[in-house]
Design a protein around this ligand. Structure first.
Ligand code: SAM
Length: 449
């Protein structure tokens, strides 16, 4: 029925020869897209008391990209852009999430993480909270917590878990029982693990905001799931940490990125899942035609102007080229989301996500698709995701210039109320000092039965 190939079963690739030291003493050479401090052996063992090693090579931002972001995001995000900008321009400040792999033993990693002050994301507080405390958490959602640029050494503010307790009943509604992700209030980064044939990796490093689209998808055991734009596979892995679907189809048309995806899957998932997790190579825009109404859940983690990495384009020329491509992205994103809505069964869910702050690739894409799809109903993620997770992430949902009138906006400001209209099309995680996660936009749409 599916035009897919079980790709990752057969793939072979070069592996680095491991030195004799234990894996966690290594620092990665292929880790995240920009430089950041890396936890070395002594830090992990606690011997040097949490010191952070800065990477030697500094990277500078790309002028044309920054100019455009300044122009666009100042208008779209107001003051929130100034503090987001300070984070994006300071990679030493970036935090890294550690998603554990439930298909391998992780006790040693967990112990190390805990001893270094990492804590588990998505753990509900043990005691119920009062209405006032709940309101305090809610009201903090849109506030930028610090306007100064944080440094890797010591000045990033620590998230204060006691000041904004969260409604435990809401956290319990998130499907996170088996998904284990550890985060640290400071920008400590575990080294990436190298691939070793026959051995599964214990953890995957990620921007913790990448987990939110997966949580919004609410995958349950036995469901058929499509990850339409899958490489390098971080969200596919997260789906497999949350549940055991009957099928997870990971689609990626770019051959190089598909190799990377296959390598990720092979490094983290046991052979017993080879017939459950499959890789396909279609152009996602046509999936809806070839597999109409087939899947229970579809994730569209769309190609987008990836703000973090585009800001560090290696030359002005590359930056300018990317900005030209940027204008073409919304049309592709609209087609991918339309295709996803065709591929999902009536009653099923589609989550659309990007890692850009740009409203034309976020709210505007969703709004455009909904116009032509009367059977598609946008769902409110504010109460389900933004409110319970406001301790860890800074969320916003729209801006004066897009999707609402300025009158509505000023009324909301006066009343300190977030109207349901404001977050109808999705929620946006904006990186802020001390909570540097994001950018990440997510929107959930249900197809009517
Ligand atoms: C943001 S990345 C996906 C990241 C991935 N979901 C993860 O969590 O690791 C977007 C991906 O979409 C792929 N892509 C680009 N055009 C596409 C198309 N027409 N159909 C499907 N995927 C496409 C890109 O090659 C890229 O790998």
């Amino acid at each position: 029925m599916f035009s897919v190939r079980v790709f990752w079963k057969t793939i072979s690739f070069q592996t680095e020869k491991l030195p004799t030291c234990r894996w966690w003493l290594l620092c990665s050479r292929d880790c995240h897209s920009a430089s950041g401090p890396c936890l070395g052996a002594n830090e992990l063992k606690g011997a040097r008391n949490n010191q952070v090693t800065k990477r030697k090579r500094e990277r500078s931002s790309c002028g044309p990209v920054l100019d455009l972001f300044d122009q666009q995001y100042r208008e779209e995000l107001g003051k929130l852009w100034l503090s987001a900008r300070s984070v994006l321009l300071d990679p030493h400040c970036w935090q890294y999430g550690v998603m554990l792999n439930r298909f391998t033993a992780v006790t040693d990693v967990t112990q190390i993480l805990q001893s270094q002050g990492f804590s588990r994301l998505l753990t509900a507080p043990p005691t119920p909270v009062s209405h006032l405390e709940y309101q305090a958490g809610k009201d903090s959602l849109l506030s930028a917590h610090c306007s100064t640029t944080c440094r890797a050494d010591d000045s990033c503010p620590q998230s204060d878990s006691s000041s904004h307790p969260l409604p435990s009943e809401r956290l319990h509604s998130l499907p996170h029982h088996s998904l284990q992700c550890y985060i640290h209030p400071r920008p400590l980064r575990l080294p990436s693990q190298v691939h070793r044939p026959g051995q599964l990796k214990q953890y995957y490093l990620l921007n913790a905001a990448s987990l939110l689209p997966v949580l919004a998808l609410q995958v349950k055991d036995g469901e058929k799931v499509l990850d339409l734009c899958s490489a390098p596979g971080g969200k596919a892995l997260a789906i497999m940490q949350c549940a055991t679907p009957a099928l997870l189809c990971c689609n990626e048309p770019d051959p190089h990125r598909r190799d990377w995806l296959a390598k990720t899957l092979e490094s983290f998932l046991p052979h017993s899942l080879n017939s459950t997790v499959i890789v396909s190579a279609q152009d996602g825009r046509f999936f809806g035609q070839s597999e109409a109404s087939t899947f229970d859940k579809v994730l569209v983690d769309a190609p987008c102007s990836n703000d973090r990495s585009w800001l560090y384009s290696c030359s002005s020329q590359q930056g300018e080229q990317r900005l030209k491509e940027r204008a073409r992205l919304p049309a592709l994103q609209v087609q991918l989301l339309q295709s996803a809505l065709s591929a999902v069964r009536p009653g099923g869910l589609v989550v659309y996500s990007t890692c850009t702050l740009s409203s034309s690739e976020n709210y505007a894409v969703v709004e455009r698709v909904l116009k032509d799809f009367p059977e598609a109903i946008p769902e409110d993620l504010w109460e389900e995701i933004a409110v319970p997770l406001s301790k860890n992430f800074t969320f916003t949902s729209a801006n004066p210039g897009h999707g609402q009138t300025s009158l509505e906006f000023s009324l909301q400001q006066q009343n300190n109320v977030i109207s349901s209209y404001r977050h109808r099309f999705g929620i946006l995680v904006v990186p802020q000092p001390g909570k540097t996660w994001g950018p990440m936009f997510l929107s959930r749409i249900r197809k009517k039965k």
